[in-house]
Design a protein around this ligand. Structure first.
Ligand SMILES: [Zn+2]
Length: 408
């Protein structure tokens, strides 16, 4: 069973961590190096030519029935958040290697090459900039990020040199569109939907775009005992109304809209003072850009109306925006055929979380296969995938690889 080998390797990789108390493996750290060497050894054992690229991604190539053919690229990331689970990222890399191992064992060569990439940084923990590994491969790496410093004051440029990479030659990691037929990623769902559907795997329709906003409401601070209710301009009560309005609006949407207020600060922040100044964040995601943009406009209108009615001054700004990445229909169909061929119902769902496909779309069509994770819990040590589900994911991916038909 492929699942047993996959789980054993997940556990082995999870021992490579910044501390033994919790799992943390960030970009360009000593752990990154040790993990890279381990994954490269697995790639070589699977019959691949393997190397570390210019940004620290691990890259393995299993030639097709003749050398130099364009590839089907599979992969995911092997960096983690701090206090991470062990499946987010590594499952996709390790499952892809397990599939190649199986092809190699059977002596199968396909009319296309298979490449497996383990991206060095997807989470963006160390330098607060995500998708660094896949952006380098897609040729969209923003070199100004090299000057960004981590919490210890070390710049990315310095960290790259210490790691043994040359920041002046980052461009060497970039791949051309003609070298790739497609990019396909297997990843844990990081949500509860597959568990609710009682299915081990799901076919991703799109990686949802996101808009993040920062809002601040200004009212009037005052004494909690002396200012009558009717004369108050309480910024926190106003923010509370905004938060409920966001939740109500998103809940009423039945097409995948999600909205979250994840952080709030109230000033002056004392028990006996009416809050005069409140800032909060907003994160809005939807399966299509049009849907998300309309929702953001409507939510901003609602917040403006609440502020006006309560005589609060509102400042609201978009702080981050990324587009929706649709999975290519032709590729998604082939993933769905593999799911059905392995005997599972085909269930489609959008990805609310970001993934490396968001960068890879610039050089290749993208598809994703989700694997169920317990309770939908992720970015948490309690993250868990059943061995049977890891096995189901591997069988579907292997079937997809073997039946893969590049676009004419
Ligand atoms: Zn991930």
């Amino acid at each position: 069973m492929l699942g047993d080998d996959i789980v054993a390797r997940i556990n082995q990789l999870a021992t490579i961590s910044e501390t033994s108390e919790h799992l943390a493996r960030v970009f360009l750290s000593p752990e990154h190096r040790v993990a890279a060497d381990l994954i490269l050894s697995w790639m070589k054992d699977a019959g691949m030519a393997a190397h570390l690229d210019a940004i620290g991604n691990v890259c393995g190539r299993y030639e097709g029935d003749r050398p130099g053919l364009p590839c089907l690229m599979l992969g995911s990331h092997y960096d983690t958040v701090r206090d991470a689970g062990k499946w987010d990222g590594p499952l996709g890399v390790i499952t892809a290697i397990a599939c190649v191992t199986e092809l190699n064992r059977r002596g199968v060569r396909l009319p296309y090459a298979i490449e497996v990439v383990g991206f060095a940084d997807e989470e963006g923990v160390r330098f607060a900039s995500t998708l660094l590994g896949s952006r380098a491969v897609a040729g969209t790496f923003d070199e100004s990020v090299l000057a960004v410093r981590d919490r210890d004051g070390i710049s990315m440029r310095e960290a790259m040199v210490t790691f043994g990479l040359d920041p002046e030659h980052l461009g060497a990691a970039a791949r051309a569109r003609r070298e790739l037929h497609a990019y396909v990623e297997l990843h844990i769902e990081q949500g509860p939907v597959l568990e609710q559907q009682n299915l081990p795997v799901g076919v991703v329709t799109a990686i949802a775009g996101a808009t993040r906003l920062a809002a601040s409401l200004s009212g009037m601070a005052g004494h909690a005992g002396t200012v009558p209710m009717a004369l108050r301009r309480d910024a926190l009560a106003g923010a509370a109304e905004c938060i409920v309005a966001v939740e109500r609006f998103c809940k009423a949407d039945d097409a995948g809209l999600v909205g979250t207020v994840g952080a709030i600060t109230a000033l002056p922040g004392a028990t006996n003072v009416i809050p005069g100044q409140v800032s909060f964040t907003l994160d809005i995601r939807a399966p299509t850009d049009l849907h998300r943009k309309r929702a953001v406009a409507e939510i901003v209108r609602k917040i403006e109306a609440i502020a006006k009615r309560r005589d609060l001054t509102l400042q609201i700004d978009v702080t981050h925006e990324n587009r929706t990445v649709p999975c290519a229909p032709w590729l998604k169909t082939q993933v769905a055929e593999a799911v059905a061929a392995e005997g599972y119902s085909v269930f489609e769902l959008p990805s609310g979380a970001g993934h490396d496909g968001m960068a890879m779309i610039d050089i290749a069509d993208v598809a994703m296969l989700f694997v169920r994770c317990r309770g939908g819990i992720s970015h948490n040590p309690a993250e868990h995938v059943e061995t049977a589900d890891a096995d189901a994911g591997a069988r579907v991916l292997l079937r997809f690889i073997e039946n893969f038909s590049p676009p004419a």
